[in-house]
Design a protein around this ligand. Structure first.
Ligand SMILES: [Zn+2]
Length: 270
């Protein structure tokens, strides 16, 4: 990439230097387009970056059409058990303020929790913030629920996170949010945390079978030891749900909200 091209990216709001350019066929439309990989985990396509798409009328439709089940939402074999009524799960935000200026992560977390609670599912979240300064105060880490912690180690400067899948009927116990996520908008923080909490409830990536759909590079995550079961009731559609918050990768222009199919999927599970 030339210096001039990089400058045009920076004018569009990109901060940084690492950009790779790919040619890609859009699974959704069959259109050929350039895709820009920015940083390690954040991907922005040309249309999102520049507000237009390069239509290629000669491109053929993708060959993935036809098997509708491939294009809906997926879950792990294990889910969170709910016995009658509503199960309340505590989300414990640990030491957000030990790291300075984590306000966007905190606000994104509040909005992510609201995303779930507003669906009136049979799992409900109660969000609490904890600042732990002594070993004795570390008790929240060992109580049931989901610990949300800031990852400040290697690779944490890029926005993103990780989470744990459900086990023995309990939600995955941890969400880790890269400290670099705080440098992005509240919507990006809302998106990343909504995505990671979904993993704790058993949501798999909408494009788990081909990560390159949202990430451009990357292959099939496969069973991953946790299963990938199509969620009944998610719309049988020819194209991948590119608005899903559970796609493998995201771009910086996300609104942080569930897609319609995400809501159908979560309501089917809980
Ligand atoms: Zn994920």
């Amino acid at each position: 990439m030339s210096k001039k091209e990089l400058e045009s990216f920076q004018k569009e709001g990109f901060i940084g230097e690492y950009v790779r350019v790919f040619n890609s066929i859009d699974i959704k439309t069959g259109e050929a387009s350039k895709v820009y990989e920015i940083g390690k985990d954040v991907y922005i396509n040309e249309e999102d970056m520049f507000g237009h798409s390069k239509k290629d009328k000669t491109s053929t439709k993708s060959s993935v059409n036809g098997t509708n089940d491939l294009f809906s939402q997926y879950r792990t074999t294990n889910l969170v058990t709910v016995n009658n009524g509503v199960r309340t799960i505590e989300i414990k935000a640990i030491n957000f303020f030990y790291f300075q200026n984590m306000n966007n992560v905190a606000e994104g977390l509040i909005q992510a929790v609201n995303n779930y609670n507003s669906l009136n599912l049979t799992v409900r979240f109660e969000l609490n913030f904890y600042t732990i300064t002594t070993l004795q105060e570390s008790w929240p880490l060992y109580t049931p629920g989901i610990n949300v912690v800031i990852h400040n180690g290697s690779g944490s400067s890029l926005p993103g996170g990780s989470a744990v899948f459900p086990n023995s009927g309990s939600p995955g116990g941890q969400v880790r949010i890269n400290s670099g996520t705080n440098n992005e908008s509240i919507n990006v923080n809302e998106h990343v945390i909504t995505h990671e909490i979904g993993h704790c409830l058993g949501m798999r990536h909408t494009d788990f079978f081909n990560r390159s759909i949202s990430c451009i590079s990357g292959g099939n995550e496969g069973n991953a030891g946790v299963g990938a079961i199509h969620i009944p009731g998610t719309p049988a559609q020819v194209n991948v749900d590119m608005d899903s918050v559970f796609l493998s990768c995201f771009n910086l222009f996300t609104d942080g909200e569930f897609s319609n199919a995400d809501i159908v999927a979560l309501q089917a599970l809980y």
